[in-house]
Design a protein around this ligand. Sequence first.
Ligand SMILES: [Zn+2]
Ligand SMILES: [Zn+2]
Length: 360
Amino acid sequence: MKAAAVYPDKKMLGVVADFAEPKLESPTGVKLKILNVGVCGTDREIASFLYGIPPEGSEYLVIGHECVGEVLEVGPEAEGLKPGDLVIPMVRRPCAHPECVACQAGRPDFCYTGDYRERGIMKMHGFMTEMVVDEVRYMNPVPAAIRNVAVLVEPLTIAEKALIQVRQIQQRLPWRSRSAVVLGAGPVGLLGALTLRLHGFEVTVYSKDREPNASADIVKAIGGHYISALDRTIDQMAADVGAIDLVYEAAGSSQLAFNVLRVLGPNGVFVMTGVPGNHGPMPFDTDAAMHNLVLKNQCVLGTVNAGKDAFEHAVTDLTEFYAKWPDAVNGLITGRFPIDDFAQPIQNQKGIKNIIEIAR
Ligand SMILES: [Zn+2]
Ligand SMILES: [Zn+2]
């Protein structure tokens, strides 16, 4: 069986030709045939050897954490799934510390210790291979209608977890806020824009590239606005939008994020999802920021990974996006590669979302 792997000690990428086919061992286990695996910034970091740890005793890590699979076989106690069903496996597995209330409560996405494992990232092989075995409780069924785009569910969970939390914060307001700015027009930003648009926000995507570009076309197809940072400064963008109720940051630039925090509106929520590189200290007006945070009832929120609730919302919303905006959703997947060429979209990022097609 083939598997796409990173060898951190040798600093190389390669296809493992004889990766052992996994066997169903637990009564609640599920065996999947992997269809598609998405490539994202995390894979690029792992492939640059900045991140990612192989399982104990292995010299390589099989990568891939954004996937859709088809059920081949289920254990006798794996309830709710049957061969032929499509599923999205979750990525993170709980830490083993009994004092971690988050992991004990089945929410490793809020793990306190950092000793969690993640498939394709941290001490567990991932999904960029032909077949995998996992536990039924980590599986999220998806309807056959979204088979071709279901690989987007996992990256969509970032926006869904954010929106769940934004809604909780906004319960403090007896009205629904409506105006959202998305920073960045990569896959995370665009999936955020789709989610916010579907849930009734006026959405403006603020990103580097000038129009025309494929991301701007998608934003406009869903009824959003696109503003290029080359044409409008942050203050001009804020003046165009009016009071900004929500900023969904998906650009990974701390300088951009904190500059935009300056123009967040009254009662606004600022959600950060990007992980910036370490570029050293930057000047920042802390007095002005604190002044705004307090006098405007603002909230800044960081979010990572996702729980079962976000996966369920992602499946429901992606199904709805696909029915409503099929061309926009198809347009998010800009490259499809065979497993033998998996390194290509990782080392040479082009387009919006690239995927590895393992089976059809
Ligand atoms: Zn990812
Ligand atoms: Zn934990």
